[in-house]
Design a protein around this ligand. Structure first.
Ligand code: ADP
Ligand code: MG
Length: 567
């Protein structure tokens, strides 16, 4: 019996497919990179699962990827004998976009579509990465047949990328997954897009997937001595990129590798290729993306780098190698002396992991620091995308606090257009100025118009204007930068005159204190319900009065934050 069932794509998936089908992306070749990348992941997963579970009934004797082109039928098949998918997984993973950040992505995409902004749509897709769906850039029908390793029955999935797909059980499916693309007729007529042509396939693999650690075999027909026979070539070099020496690696190779490990379609902002030798050896190839993922501040988002042990893939999204505030860093760490049986749970306690963690954090921070020195524009992109995450490190990573402060930028009264480093702030400090002044609040304009600012503006003293919610929190814990104390201008006694000369010796001030003593004590008792004390102040120039917090009070914004969190 033919048990073909038809299903509808989830709304976001349908939207995405629409865009892909009507090809918004200029470089269609990359569909093959995406399919090979998925196959490679599936082979990694199978090898790992069979290592962990010796009862798994799976064939791991010849793990590879096979490409089969049939110019006559105008099809291209990408086949692997990896982990495969169960029927539920097919529905979950292929019928749905199972990525975090999807809701946000779909919302932005809809906006871009409604305003007919094609460039914005393309940019969004590039940032999100459409993975498997990119098949529909070149195919008008896609057939996927898969069987999960260890399971008896397989599943056939088919769709033309419109609103629906079909599912059907397959009794005799081989282990793993095959994806057959029924190529769009118009492409096959154009040699540039003839994805069933051997040379075209070779070229794409070499360009985008050369480093894939599994053999990618291309089956073709060759005629020798009048005899036509099937031959199979391995078309990738399989060299682990991170194990090669940086001098011999081309920029494009790094970029392609980045796209494979990160599932991002954009080029990385920065590449960090480093190794440690000696008692504890490892190689690391890390990347800073050029754009923050949409789910950077969502819980449960994919984060972390892939862990390998002696070239064997152990786990993706390994959170123990880098701290949470560097969760946007992507890449691979390959350790030489780690057990293949490490689990996520015992990883955190592992001494070697801790050692790598320490070194890698320092390496990432120092890389950003030198990026700042060498290429201000690139640094600004970095800070705009990831600054808010990095500032979380000021709270959690005590050991690297100075190094983190060193890569931070803050808005300041010095220049409304440009953020400043703390080092630059310090270099501009006035004669006799002892503190780095700051004010926290909800927006720049609110802060600029705050009465607290008046005297500082008058005296030309620079004030940092901190408007990120996380700023409220770290300023409570970070007391100084490089020996200079940070001071809120909204708290306690900020006696500006005392920065220059001692107020005790100011006879005019002493006289004022005396004159206003009566008024001040009357006001203090009249307002006793609301304020602790009414003081004479030198901080105001035009406003008659302002409310200040005690030195150790929480700021109003922080108070609001705590209240919102129910504390
Ligand atoms: P991503 O690779 O970024 O997760 P894709 O759209 O490329 O997104 O793939 C979605 C999911 O479908 C993958 O995460 C994987 O779980 C599953 N998948 C895709 N191709 C294969 C395959 N060849 N073998 C097993 N699982 C696959
Ligand atoms: Mg993928």
């Amino acid at each position: 019996t033919e048990q073909v069932e038809t299903y509808e794509f989830q709304a976001e998936s349908r939207q995405l497919l629409q865009l892909v089908v009507h090809s918004i992306y200029s470089n269609k070749d990359i569909f093959l990179r995406e399919l090979i990348s998925n196959s490679s992941d599936a082979l990694d997963k199978l090898r790992l699962e069979s290592l962990r579970d010796s009862d798994l009934d799976a064939d791991t004797s010849d793990l590879h990827i096979a490409l089969e082109a049939d110019p006559g039928q105008r099809t291209l098949t990408v086949r692997d004998n990896g982990i495969g998918m169960s029927r539920e997984e097919v529905v979950q993973l292929i019928g749905t976009i199972a990525k975090s950040g999807t809701a946000e992505f779909a919302r932005k995409l809809k906006e871009a579509q409604e305003s007919k902004d094609g460039a914005a749509s393309a940019r969004l897709i590039g940032n999100f990465g459409v993975g498997f769906y990119s098949s529909f850039m070149v195919a008008d029908k896609v057939t996927l047949v898969t069987r999960r390793a260890g399971e008896g029955e397989g599943t056939r999935w088919e769709s033309s990328g419109e609103g629906t797909y079909t599912l059907q059980p397959v009794a005799d499916a081989p282990q793993g997954t095959s994806v057959t693309l029924h190529l769009k007729p118009e492409d096959t007529e154009d040699a540039l897009f003839d994805y069933s042509a051997e040379h075209k396939i070779r070229e794409i693999v070499r360009q985008h997937s050369d480093f894939i650690p599994w053999p990618i075999r291309l089956a073709t027909e060759r005629t020798e001595d009048g005899e036509t026979k099937q031959v199979t070539d391995t078309v990738n070099s399989m060299k682990a990129l991170w194990a090669r020496s940086p001098e011999e690696i081309k920029e494009e190779e790094y970029q392609e590798f980045y796209k494979h490990v990160s599932h991002d379609w954009n080029d990385p902002l920065e590449t960090i290729h480093t190794r440690a030798e000696g008692t504890f050896e490892y190689q690391a190839l890390l990347f800073i993306p050029s754009r923050a993922p949409l789910d950077l501040f969502q819980q449960g988002a994919r984060r972390g780098v892939h862990l390998y042990v002696k070239r064997v893939f152990i786990m993706d999204d390994c959170e123990s190698l880098l701290p949470d505030y560097l969760r946007f860093v992507k890449g691979v760490v390959d350790a030489q002396d780690l057990s293949l049986n490490v689990s996520r749970e015992n990883l955190q306690q592992d001494r070697q992991i801790q050692l790598m963690h320490r070194r890698l954090v320092k390496k990432v921070l120092s890389t950003v620091k030198s990026m700042r020195a060498k290429d201000a524009d690139r640094y600004r992109t970095f800070w705009g995308e990831f600054g808010r995450a990095v500032k979380e490190g000021l709270l959690s990573d005590y050991d690297n606090r100075e190094a983190i402060l060193d890569i931070c930028s803050f808005p300041s009264t010095h220049d409304p257009e440009q953020e400043t480093s703390l080092r630059d702030y310090v270099s501009r400090m006035q004669e006799g100025q002892e503190h780095i002044y700051y004010l926290t609040g909800e927006s720049r304009s609110l802060l600029e118009n705050s009465p607290h600012m008046e005297a500082f503006r008058d005296k030309g003293l620079e004030v940092l204007l901190l408007t990120d919610p996380v700023d409220e929190v770290w300023v409570e814990q970070v007391r100084e930068f490089d020996g200079t104390a940070l001071k809120s201008i909204a708290k306690g006694q900020v006696d500006l005159d005392s920065e220059k000369d001692d107020k005790e010796e100011d006879p005019e001030r002493a006289q004022q204190e005396k004159d206003f003593a009566g008024l001040l004590s009357w006001m203090t008792s009249a307002l006793a319900e609301d304020v602790k004390e009414v003081r004479l102040s030198s901080r105001l120039t035009t406003s008659p009065a302002c409310i200040v917090g005690d030195s150790d009070d929480v700021t109003p914004t922080l108070e609001k934050m705590y209240r919102a969190m129910g504390q």
